[in-house]
Write a protein that binds this ligand. Structure first.
Ligand SMILES: *[C@@H]1O[C@H](CO)[C@@H](O)[C@H](O)[C@H]1NC(C)=O
Ligand SMILES: *[C@@H]1O[C@H](CO)[C@@H](O)[C@H](O)[C@H]1NC(C)=O
Ligand SMILES: *[C@@H]1O[C@H](CO)[C@@H](O)[C@H](O)[C@H]1NC(C)=O
Ligand SMILES: *[C@@H]1O[C@H](CO)[C@@H](O)[C@H](O)[C@H]1NC(C)=O
Ligand SMILES: *[C@@H]1O[C@H](CO)[C@@H](O)[C@H](O)[C@H]1NC(C)=O
Ligand SMILES: *[C@@H]1O[C@H](CO)[C@@H](O)[C@H](O)[C@H]1NC(C)=O
Ligand SMILES: *[C@@H]1O[C@H](CO)[C@@H](O)[C@H](O)[C@H]1NC(C)=O
Ligand SMILES: *[C@@H]1O[C@H](CO)[C@@H](O)[C@H](O)[C@H]1NC(C)=O
Ligand SMILES: *[C@@H]1O[C@H](CO)[C@@H](O)[C@H](O)[C@H]1NC(C)=O
Ligand SMILES: *[C@@H]1O[C@H](CO)[C@@H](O)[C@H](O)[C@H]1NC(C)=O
Ligand SMILES: *[C@@H]1O[C@H](CO)[C@@H](O)[C@H](O)[C@H]1NC(C)=O
Ligand SMILES: *[C@@H]1O[C@H](CO)[C@@H](O)[C@H](O)[C@H]1NC(C)=O
Length: 656
């Protein structure tokens, strides 16, 4: 009863203050109208840029659109065992308080829901908090107003420099609290700007607070760029870096107790200026073998630095765009690391693509934020898995980038907007479902006779038996004439293999109207919607297609739309809820006024989540604009209804 009164009081409190936080947009600033606005006059945040580029012309001559596969059990060349959490997320440290929550007691519900969709399929999710902004971060005991992170505006040493970050241990408590709800395994990074005085507090806090949920501690972020960025002398080499790593390990061993963290190091995270071999050849993997838990690289296919900052090479997006819509993109990204994935196996360590996305310096509007990027990320992730990487992380950069897998609304709009889910989140989702939760799945890239770069294909094995396939069609053709058909036979006609072609297969499709579609992509009929439309839960009715196989020819023919991808289940077992119970955190946990849900962590803890079918968790985008003031009171009314009908979740605060 005390709790009931408390909630009631909060709700009245909300009503009382809601007008104070109501945000109206000026004429022409309504982001909902930007999708039809003239892209050339768009001045809003990069994350919602409306620019699109027409799909590339179809190739001439056209590739073969009917391919025959004979899938064998126990083939050669299977990957190492893989986790369905293969494609995780790298959250730039400076935006962690926009993405994860405000602090350990106020979490972002859409973030929990998004991660839950992955863990439900994969059994876990990997998230890294770090990036360039970690290198100058310092831990402080507390910050005003319960904040966990802040830019230290007095700390920039020159006017153009990004101010350094200060964070509190509560950032780590927030991460730990998230792991109570969804099985998130975390990476953090040690600030590396001053190697004569390593600030080890984050390693200490992470070790003590995250416990087993801490899986890696990065030592140096893109050290091969330190000299170019003026953070080290111009002659700084891989030998200097390894020397600094030695100092770090020495410092850690002398710190009060970093016995766990000092054996979780992730190195060297080079970005291409040095090859990984440049670093391996220092002997570092032998010298510090027991301290190193992960071997890492970071790489983006290209950059948009010229348009963003006026540095580097101007890029022509018209020419770049088709290159993302071919398997040769993934091949060229993976090929430079094949020697290293073999070398990592010889050292018994996992090798991870620790930070990647469509292009550095924010990506490209019309490339990074459209359906083509979902297919690109799917192909790239699966090729990494087939090539013995142990994971990859899509970077989340915040409002000023085009490539976010997901992003919360700008803070001054968080009371009336929901999240935006980008194309590469769908890539991670499909990969999670394709690889599944066993942690033993093996991935094989397969080619067929006459296969082109537009139709890459993968098989996922469990216990050496083929169980799932991913078929991709990069072609974009609204006529339907470029759909591609895979004719799949299993085990037939080969020595030592009995024919095990099933009577039927189940198929889930990843689709959109064209590779240029922005938002609202469909995964088996469900979607996270367009800009500002997601509470982190898939919406809509799921469609799983059952295709009968030709029993006399012993072939299953699966059509893949142009553009699109198909996840084909060769056995009866679906993986959608095999990793964890399907738990969603309903947006009945409304903010003061609307849909961007954050939640009091302790309330959520006792509520154990909500089913996606909660009657009031309509997650409707509601009346998108115009009646913001009205919705303030309506949602509070909802909250009261929620309360009185026994749904316990209640939201206390939104951060502004
Ligand atoms: C939100 O803040 C940004 C950056 O300060 C500003 O440009 C924008 O106009 C604000 N939007 C609203 C709706 O107040
Ligand atoms: C490293 O960063 C910290 C925190 O921002 C700053 O105080 C310090 O001066 C920096 N050290 C060097 C050598 O740049
Ligand atoms: C989180 O922030 C809220 C609002 O500022 C504050 O009331 C609360 O005490 C903070 N929680 C923690 C653990 O600091
Ligand atoms: C690199 O340059 C620094 C001065 O910037 C110098 O002290 C150091 O000896 C040089 N190192 C090597 C290996 O040349
Ligand atoms: C593979 O990497 C190892 C370790 O760096 C190196 O010794 C070897 O030369 C590399 N091989 C090739 C073909 O690059
Ligand atoms: C970009 O490339 C296209 C196709 O090659 C060309 O027509 C266009 O002029 C180029 N744009 C710029 C700005 O160079
Ligand atoms: C991946 O590793 C397995 C096991 O060592 C090996 O058989 C396979 O050829 C490797 N694949 C690639 C693409 O390097
Ligand atoms: C797979 O790995 C994750 C992360 O380590 C773990 O939480 C999960 O229990 C594992 N699943 C199985 C089936 O072993
Ligand atoms: C591959 O292409 C060639 C030339 O077009 C054709 O003769 C052959 O039948 C094709 N093979 C298959 C399996 O479709
Ligand atoms: C191509 O696939 C789309 C999507 O599944 C379908 O609507 C269309 O009918 C197909 N076209 C042809 C010619 O099969
Ligand atoms: C998203 O797709 C649904 C169903 O196809 C449609 O009703 C809705 O208008 C679309 N929204 C956007 C923003 O394209
Ligand atoms: C969250 O973190 C705080 C530390 O700030 C802790 O006291 C609390 O028990 C944690 N769990 C929940 C569910 O709030």
């Amino acid at each position: 009863m005390g709790r009931a009164l408390f909630r009631l009081a909060l709700c009245y409190g909300m009503l009382g203050i809601s007008t104070a936080v109501t945000v109206y947009y000026a004429p022409g600033q309504n982001p909902f109208s930007t999708t039809s606005a003239d892209a050339s006059s768009y001045t809003g945040a990069a994350a919602y840029n409306p620019t699109t580029i027409d799909p590339p012309a179809l190739p001439n001559p056209m590739p073969s659109l009917s391919l025959d596969f004979n899938i064998q059990s126990n083939p050669t060349g299977l990957s190492i065992p893989q986790s369905g959490a293969f494609m995780g997320f790298s959250v730039e440290m400076s935006v962690a308080n926009q993405v994860l929550g405000k602090n350990s007691s106020i979490l972002q519900v859409p973030f929990l829901n998004l991660l839950a969709t992955i863990s439900q399929r994969a059994g876990a999710v990997r998230v890294r908090i770090g990036g360039n902004s970690q290198d100058t971060a310092s831990q402080v005991a507390t910050l005003d107003d319960g904040k966990v992170l802040e830019k230290d505006l007095g700390g920039a040493t020159n006017p153009t420099e990004t101010p350094p970050l200060v964070f509190t241990p509560d950032l780590l408590y927030m991460m730990r609290n998230i792991s109570d709800f969804v099985n998130v395994r975390w990476f953090v990074g040690i600030p590396f700007n001053d190697s004569s005085n390593f600030r080890l507090e984050i390693a200490q806090s992470a070790q003590d607070i995250l416990g087993d949920y801490l899986i890696g501690v990065q030592a140096g972020n893109e050290p091969d760029l330190y000299a170019a960025h003026g953070h080290r002398p111009s002659n700084y080499s891989q030998y200097d870096y390894v020397g600094e790593l030695g100092s770090l390990i020495n410092d850690m061993s002398q710190y009060s107790d970093l016995s766990a963290a000092q054996d979780l190091l992730l190195i060297p995270s080079v970005s291409g200026t040095w090859t990984p071999e440049n670093v391996w050849d220092t002997g570092v993997m032998d010298t510090y073998s027991s301290n190193i838990a992960w071997m890492s690289v970071e790489h983006y296919p290209t950059d948009n630095c010229y348009a963003q900052f006026g540095t580097g090479t101007p890029r022509n997006v018209t020419e770049l765009w088709p290159t993302y819509l071919m398997h040769s993109s993934a091949q060229s990204l993976v090929q430079p690391y094949l020697n290293s994935t073999g070398y990592a196996q010889s050292k018994g360590k996992p090798f991870i693509m620790f930070e990647t996305n469509t292009a550095s310096c924010g990506g490209f509007p019309g490339i990074s934020d459209v359906f083509g990027a979902a297919l690109w990320g799917l192909d790239y992730g699966l090729l990494m898995a087939a090539s013995n990487f142990s994971g990859g992380m899509f970077h989340v950069g915040g409002q000023s980038v085009y490539y976010n897998p997901f992003i919360s609304p700008p803070t001054n709009q968080s009371t009336y907007r929901q999240w935006t889910v980008g194309p590469v989140f769908y890539s991670s989702l499909v990969i999670a479902e394709a690889i599944g939760p066993s942690n033993q799945s093996q991935v094989l890239e397969i080619g067929a006779e006459n296969q082109s770069t537009y139709t890459p294909n993968y098989v996922i094995y469990e216990n050496n038996q083929p169980t799932r396939m991913v078929l991709i069609n990069f072609l974009s053709d609204s006529s339907g004439n470029s759909n591609y058909t895979a004719n799949i036979a299993i085990g037939g006609g080969q020595t030592g293999q009995s024919n095990t072609t099933p009577a039927q297969v189940k198929v889930k499709y990843l689709t959109a109207s064209s590779v240029s579609q922005k938002g609202n992509y469909s995964w088996a009929g469900q979607t996270f919607g367009g800009n500002f439309e997601s509470d982190g839960r898939l919406q809509g009715t799921e469609t799983i297609v059952t295709l009968p196989c030709d029993q006399s020819a012993q072939v299953c023919s699966v059509s893949v739309p142009a553009p699109g991808a198909a996840l084909v289940f060769l056995t009866d077992e679906l993986t959608e809820t095999e990793g964890a119970p399907s738990t969603t955190f309903a947006t009945t946990t409304l903010t003061r006024t609307a849909n961007t849900a954050t939640v009091d962590a302790s309330v959520l803890a006792t509520s154990n989540g909500r089913s996606g079918n909660s009657p009031v968790g309509s997650s409707s985008k509601g009346s998108a604009n115009g009646n913001v003031r009205l919705r303030a009171s309506v949602s509070c009314l909802w909250a009261l209804l929620v309360f009185s009908s026994g749904f316990g979740l209640f939201l206390t605060t939104v951060y502004l």
